[in-house]
Design a protein around this ligand. Structure first.
Ligand code: C2E
Ligand code: MG
Ligand code: MG
Length: 670
């Protein structure tokens, strides 16, 4: 098909005019959006440039070539300028100096090669080198500035600009190597440049089209933001929050995790608005938004619902009390005075508070609307309960969580104030009926509540990580006490210390034990560590390594509460253990329950086969002891011999045993 260059030029002019109109309309509608104005100017320049070229013959050659081509080149610079301002980049040099630096020398060269030393090839090379260089700058800028939301459009644009650069390169190479006849003018009828011309035309049309897409994508983003953002605080609004909440619930359904919704209402906000005016109220809300946001993790969302109502979405919480902790922090943060009108010398200081209602997924509801409603109800409860406090959707949960948090803070205090005690429960060798050791059991001597059993604080200590400090303290205290007894002349005893799974998993138990033994001088061979089955089973391979290292230090190892976890003979064989402690629940119903008696007998036999000592826990009666003795159990521990007692009492028991030595071997010593 024969290409009619004139028709193509007319098409080209129409296309550029259409783009120019599109850009000018955008620029008028969105005066804040930079880029379209430059592109409008560029289109006008392309338009007049190509018009000038198509009028060749009507106007003198020199004028049409030099002026028209310079206009097209300047259009290029404007495209670049548009790209830069679209992405918010400022020129260090104004467009004018760029024009002087780039376009003017090029125009001079073009004039020289047209009028003084007529050379079509040289002229064409200039016409390709110049846009190629500008294009390289454009690629650099777009590549650096593409934002996450405009990445597809930016990449497309880069792709087409790169394509154009490649075509220019090919063209320059051909022009430099092939001799071009003098009449094969750019828009002449015969030269191979026709193909290039069509390509450039298509590519630059596509580039302009992508620029239009870029603009509309950016505007769409801004619109979306307006629709999902609170104008005053720039926080997400109710709509976006609901979207995120819905998404959060979907994710949690898959992962089985929990999330919490905190509905927050400011106390006394109305007073600020009424007394200091709305501007002060607005500023206060902005500062509140900042303080709440500062307390949250990146994954969480704080949104403003309107008025003085905020809502916080906590993604991924482990326990209900995690939400309460965040609520407490936010209440404390918002309770500090706010300094309004920062620029004003007499900046008023205001004090407000916040009430927070908490609902939990999946505990309270499994859909966004219901969760919001429940958080709202809980918030009113919090307000009624006296403001500046939080409440959960269910009252029992509020009370339970408050109690736990209270215990946690008191426990921290207890550790600092040295309110913890170690009690010792004797372990009796069944054959000789003599105390051969003791289990160290922690107690909390609270000044207000008296002696608190570990069941009430060890689980909380495990959840909060306080167990590490407690465990270390018990270990040190026990070793110190043991060393003290040795120094006082008591016979060597095995002292057993409980190690929580948390401690075993997280801390470096080996290093800790070595350190404590070195500090106290207590012999490693007299220390026994009690580990639970579940703690060992969690990371079996790691556990075997840790146990081996402990063993290498000479420490004895016991499996506590044996029979309550998921025991497997395979792991029992792998773990380097010295003692199996049969759980109290199996001993309790001896001699009434045949099953328990059989299980106990089996554990004893199996333990012996595997080379372990077997200890029975919770022995309370003579019958139980007789049964254990008949089955060959090695050691027992239980109220039948003694409850756990303070160190002094334990020492007295030991002393009594000394005195009774050789007299009544077969009765319990106490
Ligand atoms: P455990 O290690 O299985 O300790 C045995 C529990 O059974 C002790 O309860 C002990 O007082 C109780 N007991 C012993 N003989 C009898 C008996 O004849 N009858 C009855 N009814 N109970 C008996 P305690 O002292 O309340 O300790 C409970 C649990 O708390 C312990 O179970 C242990 O898992 C944990 N614990 C105690 N001290 C520590 C510690 O220092 N660190 C860690 N990580 N856990 C500890
Ligand atoms: Mg124990
Ligand atoms: Mg036990």
């Amino acid at each position: 098909m024969k290409l009619d260059i004139f028709t193509s030029l007319i098409n080209l002019l129409i296309v550029y005019m259409v783009f120019a109109i599109a850009f000018v309309i955008t620029a008028r509608r969105h005066p804040n959006l930079d880029g379209p104005v430059h592109w409008f100017v560029a289109c006008l320049m392309f338009f007049s440039g190509f018009l000038g070229l198509s009028l060749r013959g009507v106007i003198p050659d020199l004028l049409s070539i030099v002026v028209a081509n310079s206009l097209i080149l300047t259009g290029r610079v404007f495209i670049w300028a548009g790209v830069r301002s679209f992405f918010g980049l400022r020129w260090r040099r104004p467009v004018f100096s760029l024009f002087v630096l780039c376009v003017l020398p090029t125009t001079v060269l073009l004039s020289l090669f047209t009028a003084v030393w007529p050379s079509i090839s040289a002229r064409q090379v200039i016409m390709s080198v110049f846009p190629m260089l500008v294009n390289l700058f454009i690629i650099r800028d777009v590549y650096r500035q593409r934002s996450s939301t405009l990445v597809m459009e930016s990449n497309l644009f880069i792709g087409f600009v790169v394509a154009e650069v490649v075509i220019h390169l090919v063209r320059i190479t051909i022009l430099m190597t092939v001799s071009v006849s003098t009449d094969s003018y750019l828009l002449g009828q015969v030269q191979p440049d026709k193909l290039f011309f069509i390509m450039f035309f298509m590519l630059s049309t596509i580039q302009l089209l992508i620029l239009v897409t870029l603009v509309s994508a950016k505007l769409q983003n801004e619109l979306n933001q307006l629709a999902t953002q609170d104008v005053l605080t720039q926080l997400p609004n109710r709509r976006l929050l609901l979207q995120r909440l819905k998404h959060g619930i979907d994710m949690k359904q898959r992962t089985g995790k929990k999330l919490a919704l905190l509905m927050l209402d400011l106390d006394r906000f109305k007073d600020v608005n009424d007394s200091l005016g709305h501007a002060a109220g607005d500023e206060l809300l902005q500062q509140v938004a900042g303080r709440i946001g500062a307390r949250l993790r990146d994954m969480d969302t704080v949104a403003r619902l309107g008025g003085d109502e905020f809502i916080v979405l906590l993604e991924e919480i482990s326990h209900p009390q995690d939400a309460a902790r965040v609520a407490e922090d936010i209440i404390a943060d918002l309770g500090r005075p706010f300094q309004l009108l920062a620029n004003n010398e007499q900046a008023p200081e205001v004090q407000i508070g916040a009430s927070i209602g908490i609902s939990l997924y999946p505990q309270h509801a499994d859909n966004p609307e219901l969760l919001m409603e429940q958080a709202d109800i809980a918030m009113y409860e919090a307000k009624q309960a006296g403001r500046s406090c939080y409440a959960y959707f269910s009252e029992e949960l509020t009370l339970a969580v408050r109690k736990r948090i209270d215990i946690e803070s008191r426990l921290r205090h207890a550790i600092e104030q040295q309110e913890l005690r170690v009690f010792y429960q004797p372990q009796i060798d069944i054959a000789s009926n003599r105390i051969i050791g003791a289990e160290a059991l922690v107690r909390w001597q609270s000044p207000s509540e008296g002696l608190i059993a570990p069941i009430h604080f060890i689980p909380i200590a495990e959840e909060t990580g306080l167990i590490t400090a407690i465990g270390e303290w018990v270990l040190r205290e026990t070793c110190q006490q043991g060393q003290h007894w040795l120094a006082a002349g008591f016979p060597p005893l095995t002292l057993a210390v409980n190690v929580s799974p948390q401690q075993f998993r997280r801390g470096d138990i080996n290093a800790l034990v070595a350190k404590v033994l070195a500090e106290t001088g207590f012999p490693a061979g007299q220390l026994e560590l009690e580990l639970t089955e579940s703690g060992l089973m969690e990371h079996q391979d790691k556990a075997v390594g840790v146990l081996n290292n402990l063993r290498a230090q000479g420490i004895r190892l016991a499996i506590d509460d044996f029979g309550t976890g998921y025991s497997s003979l395979a792991y029992l064989k792998r773990f380097p253990v010295d003692v199996l402690k049969i759980d109290k629940s199996f001993i309790d119903d001896i001699p009434d329950l045949q099953d328990d008696m059989e299980i106990t007998a089996t554990i004893i036999a199996m333990g012996h086969t595997l080379g372990f000592k077997v200890l029975a826990e919770g022995v309370e009666t003579q019958e139980q002891l007789a049964f254990l003795q008949a089955k060959g159990c090695d050691i027992y521990q239980g109220y039948f011999a003694s409850k756990p007692v303070p160190a002094k009492e334990f020492a007295a028991l030991l002393a009594a045993q000394y005195e009774k030595k050789n007299t009544d071997e077969f009765n319990p010593v106490f």
